[in-house]
Ligand binder design. Sequence first.
Ligand SMILES: C[S@@+](CC[C@H](N)C(=O)[O-])C[C@H]1O[C@@H](n2cnc3c(N)ncnc32)[C@H](O)[C@@H]1O
Length: 220
Amino acid sequence: MKSMFGRIAGRYDLLNRVLSARRDVAWRKGALDLVEGHPAEVLDLACGTFDLGIEAIEQGKAVRVHGCDFCQPMMVAGAAKRQGIAVSATTGDALHLPYADGSFDLAMVAYGWRNFGDPAAAARELHRVLRPGGQLLILEFFRPERLWPRFFSATFNRIVLPTVGGLLAGDAAAYRYLHTSIRGFLSTTQADDCLAGAGFARRRWRSFFGGVSHAVCAAR
Ligand SMILES: C[S@@+](CC[C@H](N)C(=O)[O-])C[C@H]1O[C@@H](n2cnc3c(N)ncnc32)[C@H](O)[C@@H]1O
């Protein structure tokens, strides 16, 4: 998994923009609308090339962003974008975060939760590093249940993603993984239960593109 992200790191931003027709940018912005107030210390877990953290600073939803990812080449690929911005980078694993209890006012994960292997353990770890009253923001592709997202998944995700990913990133397998990981992940109902089980109280959901992607903001 780490090596797969390492292989596509250099082309990751380009592929995101092309494959989503820039919708990924709008979805990160829309997800951040769910965040209340002006959190100071913000964790961007599975930060990749820092798009969410940078957007959070620009929207005034974060004072300082602590980017964390287990794949160094992803953070290197995004390093130029965070120059002069209060976004730092740390190597770390979602299931064993290198932070003390109660370190953050807001923790965010964009398109990372699906990759963590044990979603419940990751949710508990995110709960641990948030201060009481802190917020968790997750943006993700959940397992589609309704007709339109299922159709989209069976056509675009299954056929177009690996084809274009193969052509532009030279790695069809990585983009085939995107489809299989979405199909194998939690539905929004299961994700909501998982967050509740980890101790997150109030959970507010927003869907994008007819339910192809979702954001949830939960209170600790
Ligand atoms: C699809 S990318 C998302 C990157 C970024 N958040 C975005 O919105 O573009 C998923 C990221 O999760 C990271 N990742 C996957 N599993 C991880 C783990 N167990 N711990 C930390 N990072 C992980 C990958 O290295 C990759 O950078």
